[in-house]
Design a binder for this molecule. Structure first.
Ligand SMILES: [Zn+2]
Length: 320
């Protein structure tokens, strides 16, 4: 028996407002969990807060002082420079966070982004734990994704594996009504009709308002959650809008199936709570994939908002 495999794992979720630490037993149960506010625009403060949380749980649980830590954060670490890129906590960008932290806490650090940690968590002991190949999708304010094969994260040569949200959606191939598609949608990345512009939560709301909502309706239809509630209550406009969303999602996922053909797609983010998704995808996908069968599984995440910090802990699988 490799004793490393039985050691606790430490994960940290470094978010824009909170820093959370979790200590997991090797069976995935939680030994400790604590959080602090993220010091705003204060890089050294962030390093100190992480170090403080680590010291606190290590003392409380008498953990070995050489246990490595995994960190989940928006953005990525450049494989060329070792610097953080594309983080919405802008004080981290251009900083060598892994190196600085390793120097401060004197133990190894691995960092991955939210979608990667989400996928790793669900593949390790979550909703996709029986699957060899898993594609994790976050459908929320933005659209993110991650790939895990045999419980190992695949990050890619450019650290963008799974970033399917900025592939252009091939609307020409869409086989439903094209009423919604009169205007191209500009993406913040500078291109147009990226998948994110059609499949994020705000994109769903936009489609509803532009195409499906009755003009005489006075009710505030603020967000994707409310549209889902209206659909559940039987409102035809909301049902039609979500049905079209599922159809577009099928079109977008067909490219992933044609390339990677994962055993399981696991869904997170607010839109993953719309149950129609899991029923409609197998209905629409066969017309877009290059296969006469569809054995792919579509499941909702088990750990929800905790997947990031749990996935961070699993960045160290314990067999190295
Ligand atoms: Zn884009």
């Amino acid at each position: 028996m490799n004793s490393r495999k039985l050691q606790p794992r430490i994960g940290i979720d470094l978010g824009g407002t909170k820093i959370e630490i979790v200590v997991l037993k090797s069976d995935g149960s939680i030994l400790a969990r604590q959080r602090e506010n993220t010091p705003r625009d204060n890089y050294d403060g962030i390093l100190k807060t992480i170090s403080g949380l680590l010291e606190k749980v290590s003392t409380e649980l008498s953990l070995p002082i050489d246990l490595p830590i995994g960190i989940c954060t928006p953005g990525t670490v450049s494989r060329v420079s070792g610097m953080i890129m594309n983080s919405n906590s802008t004080c981290l960008n251009g900083r060598p966070l892994p190196n600085d932290l390793e120097a401060l806490i004197m133990r190894p650090v691995k960092i991955a982004n939210d979608a990667d940690c989400f996928t790793l968590s669900e593949a390790w002991d979550g909703a996709a734990k029986e699957s060899k190949s898993v594609f994790g999708l976050i459908l929320g304010t933005g659209v993110g994704g991650g790939i895990v094969i045999n419980q190992q994260l695949v990050q890619g040569a450019d650290s963008i594996a799974g970033e399917w949200g900025h592939i252009p959606l091939c609307l020409d191939a869409y086989q439903g009504s094209k009423e919604s598609f009169t205007n191209d949608r500009k993406c913040f990345c500078g291109r147009k009709n990226c998948i994110e512009t059609w499949l994020s939560g705000p994109a769903l709301t936009r489609t509803y308002h532009n195409t499906f909502k009755n003009p005489d309706q006075t009710q505030e239809d603020g967000n994707a959650k409310l549209i889902a509630e209206l659909a559940l209550a039987g409102q035809q406009a909301a049902l039609d809008c979500i049905d079209e969303y599922c159809h577009l999602l099928a079109l977008a996922l067909s490219n992933i199936i044609n390339v990677l053909d994962p055993d399981t797609f696991v869904f997170g983010g607010g839109i993953s709570n719309i149950d129609m998704l899991y029923e409609r995808l197998p209905h629409y996908l066969p017309r877009y994939i290059f296969s006469d069968q569809l054995e792919t599984k579509f499941v909702k995440a088990k750990y929800g908002d905790s997947s990031g910090v749990r996935g961070a802990a699993w960045l160290w699988p314990g067999n190295s």
